[in-house]
Design a protein around this ligand. Structure first.
Ligand code: CA
Length: 597
């Protein structure tokens, strides 16, 4: 799938990553009469700068990060001054990071950015769940076309449904009747059987799945899943799209016959529904979900989160609000697992949050050829890999993700799940499972592994979890980088490393965010010394950095723009031209309907 076009899917496509849908062709671009000029010193995402020069009267939805959390009245003062007073429907102040989402005319953004408490302004872009056919319609407004309609601020806590029953009502965990190969390939079956010295099933550990919801009544899941919706456009926490239920099953599912068992069948999942019932979500929805986890993690013992999704707008982790919120959770002790994306080896394949965050555990897709024997394994062609805009190699490891059978949602409000109607041929004979492919399926295999590690070692920090998983991977045929295959038994057997924070090592010459990080570049993306203990021990991103200093505007010095991809040429040339952002441009013919399987 190297045919995947750099320019295409990444920018606009946005919705939870299971399979891929790529523009079949790129239409002729029409440049504006006046060349677009970008200023990297402005605290404004280049996409907004570009669009403001094309259509300054257009009202767009933006996320405004703040240097300091607002005192009471700040929101009103800021918006009142810049927008002429009055209330803005759908404005929402977040607490997980100091940021608000609001609607504003493009021509007002430059003035807004001059407020000294504004750290950065970026589009509230759509988020990719599975780039599927039905979602295109929902995205026709484009990243910049969405106006209002999201949550108002100060909403009360949404209700949580479901229950955790422990091991009650479930058969013992065994591999003798499995119909799937991924539990063998990943080492999960060995963990259950005690190959690492004790039987590990994830008992007592809760992970959160931030996705399209979950089918609480699915017999493979009942008793191990609770659910909440943070999207007020959704009718409830159920899964109308079918993605989140599949992901949850890969972690904790178990059918009575033992054909389909997730990696950590005694663990628990809290499903945090980000999207509406059709699977459409925006960056602000992801922030709201991450915020819910931050506020409720102690109540449910949430130790890890699974994010099988990608933002649609490329952005440095130094400015992305999603990455910032992810890092905040990481520093709270929550391990964050993210899918790498389904963009293959495209130039921008790993430029999207949260998979581009250097702290997060980013997971690529291994094709096990549906056999347990490892000799025929290979990297999924669509698995995103490469170097982030900040110079970090991604993904961190790979896990089985092709033709993965897991739980199928019964749908919502009497309607079958969107994925069931989209891919009827992939539904199993029992009607309760479906086969899907992509890094969306790989990430929960790793999240399940995190649950197993957490049962064995309850005190692990996210950095320890990451090192255990990444340093114990196995090689696979044709492996071209340092991202090896998940090996759960090896991770369980390994000695727990010291509780030191990661050192982040950009490669390829990109500037480090604060100029303190060693650059390693061996001509092959990953220097062989990357994972040595020495590099791991030094403290760069310790929790102490998560303070007001981190947020000062000075932290963003524009250096990331200066080199490489963030020059004007990538935004006003054939790459990110304005035509791409016009709603009408995204007609059906622009999308490739053949979804990866
Ligand atoms: Ca195989």
């Amino acid at each position: 799938m190297r045919k995947l076009r750099l320019l295409c899917a990444p920018v606009l496509a946005c919705v939870l990553l299971g399979a891929t849908i790529a523009p079949a062709s790129v239409g002729a671009s029409s440049l504006p009469a006046t060349p677009i000029v970008l200023d990297s010193s402005l605290k404004i995402h280049p996409l907004l700068q570009a669009e403001a020069q094309i259509d300054p009267t257009r009202v767009v939805r933006v996320i405004v990060q703040q240097v300091q959390p607002p005192s009471s009245g700040f929101l009103g003062n800021l918006l009142g001054g810049l927008l002429g007073g009055g209330s803005n429907t759908g404005d929402e102040q977040f607490t997980i990071i100091p940021a608000l989402v609001t609607s504003v005319q493009l021509g007002s953004i430059a003035a807004m950015a001059q407020d000294p408490n504004v750290r950065y302004i970026s589009p509230d872009g759509p988020v990719q769940i599975i780039p599927g056919v039905p979602l295109v319609t929902g995205l026709l407004g484009g990243v910049l076309g969405l106006v209002g309609g999201l949550l108002g601020g100060g909403a009360s806590q949404p209700p949580v449904s479901g229950y955790f029953s422990g091991s009650a009502g479930r058969n013992s965990v065994g591999s003798s009747h499995l119909s799937t190969t991924y539990p063998f390939d990943s080492g999960a079956t060995g963990a259950w059987a005690g190959s690492a010295g004790a039987s590990d099933t994830g008992s007592g550990v809760t992970v959160a799945v931030l996705d399209s919801g979950v089918d609480l009544n699915h017999p493979d899941l009942t008793g191990h899943v609770m659910a909440v919706s943070v999207n007020t456009s959704a009718s409830g926490p159920s899964d109308g799209y079918g993605h989140g239920t599949h992901v949850a099953g890969l972690i904790v599912g178990q059918d009575t016959a033992g054909h389909y068992i997730g990696v950590a069948p005694r663990a628990n999942v809290v499903s945090v529904k980000l999207s509406d019932d059709t699977g459409a979500a925006y960056e602000s929805d992801v922030l709201r979900g991450l915020q819910w986890v931050s506020q409720n993690r102690t109540n449910y013992n949430i130790r890890a989160i699974n994010l099988s999704l990608s933002a649609a707008v490329p952005q440095s982790y130094a400015t992305s609000p999603i990455d910032a919120a992810v890092e905040n959770l990481w520093h709270q002790g929550v391990t964050v697992v993210a899918s790498a994306g389904n963009l293959g080896a495209g130039e921008d394949a790993v430029w999207y949050a949260p998979g581009n965050d250097p702290l997060a555990i980013t997971v690529g897709c291994l094709d096990d050829n549906q056999t347990v024997a490892p000799g025929d394994d290979s990297l999924c062609t669509i698995s995103s890999r490469g170097v982030t805009e900040d110079g970090f190699a991604k993904p961190d490891l790979v896990a089985p993700g092709r033709k993965i059978v897991s739980t199928l949602s019964a749908g919502i409000n009497g309607q079958p799940a969107v994925l069931a109607t989209t891919f009827p041929s992939r539904i199993t004979a029992d009607g309760r499972h479906i086969r899907l492919s992509g890094t969306s399926m790989s990430a929960p295999v790793v999240t399940g592994a995190v649950a197993l590690l957490m049962q064995r070692h309850p005190g692990l920090t996210p950095d320890q979890v990451k090192k255990l998983l990444v340093s114990t991977t196995s090689s696979y045929p044709g492996q071209a980088d340092k991202a090896g295959e998940l090996n759960i038994v090896a991770a369980l057997r390994a000695n727990v490393p010291a509780a030191a924070p990661q050192t982040l090592l950009p490669i390829g010459g990109s500037g480090a965010p604060a100029g303190q990080v060693t650059l390693l570049w061996d001509g092959n993306q990953w220097a062989t010394t990357f994972w040595t203990g020495g590099h791991w021990d030094a403290g760069y991103w310790d929790a102490g950095h998560w303070d007001a200093t981190y947020w000062q505007a000075g932290h963003w010095d524009g250096a990331t723009w200066v080199a490489g991809y963030w020059d004007a040429g990538h935004w006003d040339g054939g790459h990110w031209d304005s035509q791409r952002w016009l709603a009408g441009h995204w007609d059906a013919g622009y999308w490739d309907s053949s979804t990866y399987d």
